[in-house]
Ligand binder design. Structure first.
Ligand code: AMP
Length: 114
């Protein structure tokens, strides 16, 4: 738990969130400012700053559970036929919250970015 981290506070229940799923390793919730019809965030319950700060093999379980959560949630949210998974790293990558997260975007035909 990082004192000034908004996502750590969501995990701790100190800030409300629209939770979709959680287990011992991950927390999944709706983005507060959706950029697509469905915009879901998947975060590890350990404060990892960004993608490049993932330590392997120590963080293996978090990485695996994030992938598993994405694969499950796209089914329960009924977007498994088409969606996008994105993680932003650093200011140039568009990162605003410095707690690792995967965006899942879907629920509509997405415009191309890459
Ligand atoms: P990024 O720009 O990749 O760091 O993405 C941060 C995301 O977190 C943005 O899409 C924000 O809309 C979202 N966000 C920020 N605060 C909250 C919050 N309290 N609850 C849900 N989503 C949030």
């Amino acid at each position: 738990m990082e004192k000034n981290c908004i996502f750590c506070k969501i995990i701790a229940g100190e800030i409300p969130a629209s939770k979709i799923y959680e287990n011992e390793y991950v927390y999944v919730f709706n983005d507060i400012a959706p950029k697509a019809k469905k915009h879901i965030l998947v975060i590890p319950k350990k404060h990892i700053k960004d993608y490049s700060e993932i330590q392997l093999p120590e963080d293996d379980k978090y990485v695996i559970e994030m992938v598993r959560a994405i694969q499950e949630v796209v089914k329960t949210e009924k977007i498994e036929d088409g969606y996008r998974v994105v993680t932003n790293k650093g200011k140039d990558g568009g990162q605003e919250v410095f707690h690792l997260h995967y965006h899942i975007l879907g629920g509509e035909k997405l415009g191309g970015i890459c």
